[in-house]
Design a protein around this ligand. Structure first.
Ligand code: HBI
Length: 99
């Protein structure tokens, strides 16, 4: 069973993930990505979906026009783990290539 991050590790991880923030009312991290248009936003989601399947780790997300709001938590652990850091890192890389 994977473990939730320590406070120290979580702060360190968030410091390296620009735009990602703690969610106020639960143990999770979140970011809203904004793209030039819907096509770029949906392309991002498509590419992330393939990575998520490969990692067997899946985002909670919603899309409105050219924005994608993402929340990450590891449900099996009841909070934020290295799996969320890995998926957040992949999302930032993919968004950088798509924006
Ligand atoms: N995605 N975010 C998230 N959290 C999980 O705990 C999780 C998941 N995707 C797949 C998954 N767990 C499976 O490994 C288990 O439900 C078997």
């Amino acid at each position: 069973m994977i473990e939730r991050l320590s406070q120290t590790r979580r702060r360190e991880a968030l410091a390296g993930l620009p735009g990602w923030q703690d969610v106020a009312d639960r143990d999770a991290i979140a970011k809203t990505f904004t793209f030039p248009d819907f096509n770029a936003a949906f392309g991002f989601m498509t590419r992330v979906a393939l990575v998520a399947e490969k990692l067997d780790h899946h985002p909670e997300w919603s899309n409105v026009y050219r924005t994608v709001a993402v929340t990450l938590a590891t449900h099996d652990a009841g909070g934020v783990t290295e799996r969320d850091v890995a998926l957040a890192t992949a999302m930032d890389q993919i968004a950088g290539a798509a924006a």
